[in-house]
Design a protein around this ligand. Sequence first.
Ligand SMILES: [Fe+2]
Length: 273
Amino acid sequence: MAGKHDRRLLQHLDGMLEHLKKTKVDHLVISGDLTDTAEPKDWQILKDRLIEHDLYDWQKVTVIAGNHDLINLEEEMRFYNVLNPLPGIKKRSFSGKVSRFCSMFSELIASDDESAAGFPFVKIMKIDGFSLAFVAVNSVWPWNPTENPLGARGCISPSELRVLSINSVVDALRESFVIGLCHHAYKVYSTDSVIDQAFDWTMELTNRKEYLEVLKLLGAGVVLHGHFHRFQSYTVDNISFINGGCFKNSPERYSELIVRSDGSFSQEFLSLP
Ligand SMILES: [Fe+2]
């Protein structure tokens, strides 16, 4: 989503939120890159919109961060060139930004103790007696000039994956339909162009194999992600990965996931009428 100046996009957002309310969608997931400015004041615009539409509610909406919410590429490079900062300072500044994001959306992340909002988080909701669980990770990797030069490469911290793998988490999710939420894609969307392929590594989720193992351990059936501006779904080891596409490019389109009480599900990409 763009900044405040993009009124047209905000009108589309209003239309989308109204439509989702009218069609009585149980829950909305926004899979990161809420903004393209990495500015908290722009995260606030989305928050205000959700509040206005009476959707700013733990039971109704879940939001995770994307690289464009946390990394301002231009600023990173300027800062690096001028100051060549120590890695420790950069790391602290990045984790400060993640904390700021979580505290901005704390009411959507942690229902009872908002001060505990952070990644990873697990949300177990009862919807018409059915137990649905979201397992959300932060896959945004801090910018660095050699390993993540565009800020678009992803990595889930090993500590997040470790926390999600402990027995108490596995047990808590046993009775739920589990959906993973991760900004980065499992699959790199290569084209046949050699130039595109040369840049694949700059967009990839580096530890996707480790993430997949955790998803399997938790019994996840579906993962919702973003990052690539495409509406696309694919299966890896019996887990369906769904990319909700790009609101800025296609503000009338969205992905609908229907989960039935017997644990079966179906998904399609829909357009506003
Ligand atoms: Fe992204």
